[in-house]
Design a protein. Sequence first.
Length: 473
Amino acid sequence: MTVPPADRTTTEPGLVPPPGCPAHTATGAGGVTRLHGAAAETDPMGLYEKLRAEHGPVAPVLLEGDVRAWLVLGYLENRDVATRSTQFSRDPRTWHGWRSGEIDPETSPLVPMIGWRPDCVCADGEEHQRLRGAVTAGLDQFDQRGIRRHITRFAHQLIDEFSESGRTELVGEFAEPLPMLVLTHLLGMPDEDAPKLVQAARDLFKATETSLASNAYVLETLKELVAAKRVLPGPDIASVLMAHPAGLTDEEVQHHLRLILLAGYETTANLMANVLRMSVTDPRFRGSLAGGQMTLPEAVEQVLWDEPPLMVCPGRWATGDTTLGGQEIKAGDMLLLGLAAGNVDQSVRQDPSTRVHHNRAHLSFSAGAHECPGQDIGRVIADTGIDILLTRLPDISLAVPESELTWRSSTWARHLTALPVKFAPRAPEGRDLPAPLPVPPPPTTGMPTAPRLPESPPRVSWRARLRRFLRIR
């Protein structure tokens, strides 16, 4: 298995720099390689290998606005940075770029990705443990069997909408709406908020000129959700965060909901698209699934090795001068975890074509104290949703030549834009909507037990709006 071909990447409409713009140039001042712009978006994996050949396991790079950073390419170096929080802090206020004027916090599209927030991602030590404990409690209240029940019903509903046609586009009609349906249900968000939140979440990861406005919209929407849950708590993550003994403020709850929404949706949707692409384009991959040589969860792990849903993860900041991968790192320097590059480091994978589906030692969910707390929910959404799709449509196949598939890229991730498929038409199964989640146990802080929320209204019109927002233009 290999990553997508380099020559089929596309950029978002209207975001291609004009001829002569510096963004077309692959390097900036001093010949430092840019990790953004048309050149970097064309072949990110090729760029990582070029940087590895020139600089070794740690390379100097430039982000949007030619902001300086170190990209960690080596597997061992990535684990070292991710697990040594005393040397490499998660608190972005450590960065010297704020003081030097290297970035304008009011206008830079990087701020939503590297700016400080009152959440566990931007904290270390005891503060991180306090905040992380609340997040873990919010996620752990739903056992996998209960989550699978909701994923199963949502997946069947989505498949029912295209099963009679014999054709569909799996990215916009399945891989992207399914994680959002599940996450909005778990977070306790109103249905009508979801379509615009999806648009805003995707915009944040592209680091465009509208990223700041998108971030503000997400935060304002979640602020309204927190206020509503203070009045009427329910069986959802938002209510559990507010009732947790850690005593999160409303602002902390708001930012942790943002974290779960953005990280959970983006990574799971991208992971599902990558697994589905392999299922319809790689006969060996599909044959291993059909023949029982590889289970679907193992197939997901293989794709996590080969095509991490997040290719570059921001960020870490050096707390003092140190040496890493032969490079002199200064106090306050920014480091980026090169998850995709680390996963193909020859120190751990001498032959990238060798199957590693039985191994979870990849970097796709980071490592150490900040390893993704929601990774098991992402896995169960991908496993369950794809299994249902392939079971109901076992004859599914690619509807266009593989060479016509295209991707869009940003500094942080690469996305398949569309996956047209065909299959024998089948009648819908008419699955019911999922029942409300069970009420969580009474909180230990003296708050009254959360009342059971009324049944949700039908989601048919909501899904139609969501598909319209998600459709690749």
